[in-house]
Ligand binder design. Structure first.
Ligand SMILES: [Zn+2]
Ligand SMILES: [Zn+2]
Ligand SMILES: [Zn+2]
Length: 270
């Protein structure tokens, strides 16, 4: 048996933690002087969208945001056993290099569960991680291995994951995920009828709600509220929010059973 370095890590089994709840540029946005971007309320400070789940056999990360290092340090999560991708946009991928240390803790590559398009984007953007015959010290590049997924349910780290097809703009498909009675659906502006069926009977739904005004590739807050009403989970949390949504004022006006998410929010897996 190989002995691996032991990481220091909090036990998060049975929970999903929202690591980041901000839109692609984050909140505060660079150079913005609006009230939300200048707010000292930590709930108005949103890193890029990501979540981590404490599953029976390890920690599953959903997307590798550009704020990944900061997010894992903040939540004192020292090890990631596998990654699941919603889609390949920059705000969901470009923290991937921060997983370099995992090869020491796992004793091998990090499995990346994703669709073909995501794999192609990662192979292109992180070409240095897949080059053979390089004279590199161990740990210089992330060690990664791809696991192809589609819309069929699959097992990872002792749990069942059901991918749910969603649209992120007219011509762009992404995946939402259902884990038991909790679903994570970011970067979406249309949920096809068959996917709506897959999202019935939820305890908790995490759903994209960018801002009050409409948008070509994300649900507006009103659209997201409408979807939450149709799906009727016990609780809905909105994520991928821009600086146009002030946490306290917006939250106070939401219907019962709906709240704005915030970085660090913990949700029980049921
Ligand atoms: Zn995004
Ligand atoms: Zn702003
Ligand atoms: Zn996106």
């Amino acid at each position: 048996m190989t002995l691996h370095r032991q990481p220091v890590s909090t036990d998060i089994r049975g929970q999903m933690i929202l690591l980041g709840t901000g839109t692609s540029v984050g909140v505060p946005a660079i150079g913005c002087g609006c009230d939300v971007c200048r707010s000292t309320n930590v709930r108005n400070q949103r890193t890029r969208c990501s979540a981590v789940l404490g599953l029976p056999a390890g920690n599953l990360l959903v997307d590798t945001s550009p704020d990944l290092r900061q997010q894992l340090l903040r939540e004192q999560i020292g090890i990631i056993h596998a990654v699941l991708y919603t889609h390949e946009h920059a705000d969901h991928v470009f923290g991937l290099d921060d997983l370099r240390l995992m090869q020491f803790y796992l004793g091998g590559p990090v499995p990346l569960f994703c669709e073909d398009r995501v794999e192609q984007r990662i192979r292109k953007s992180y070409d240095y991680a897949f080059r053979t015959g390089q004279d590199l010290h161990k740990g210089a590049v992330p060690q990664l291995v791809f696991r192809r997924i589609a819309t069929e349910p699959f097992e990872v780290l002792g749990a069942k994951v059901t991918p749910v097809r969603m649209r992120h703009g007219k011509q762009f498909d992404v995946l939402g995920f259902r884990f038991g009675n909790v679903a994570y659906c970011t970067d979406v502006n249309t949920i096809p009828p068959e996917s709506m069926t897959q999202l019935s009977g939820l305890d908790v739904l995490v759903l994209d709600a960018l801002r009050p005004r409409g948008h070509a590739t994300h649900f507006s807050l009103d659209e997201a509220i409408d979807v939450a009403r149709q799906l009727a989970p016990k609780q809905t949390y909105f994520t991928h929010m821009s600086h146009e949504l002030e946490h306290e004022a917006t939250n106070a006006a939401l219907p019962d059973g709906m709240d704005l998410a915030y970085d660090g929010l913990r949700i029980a897996l049921t």
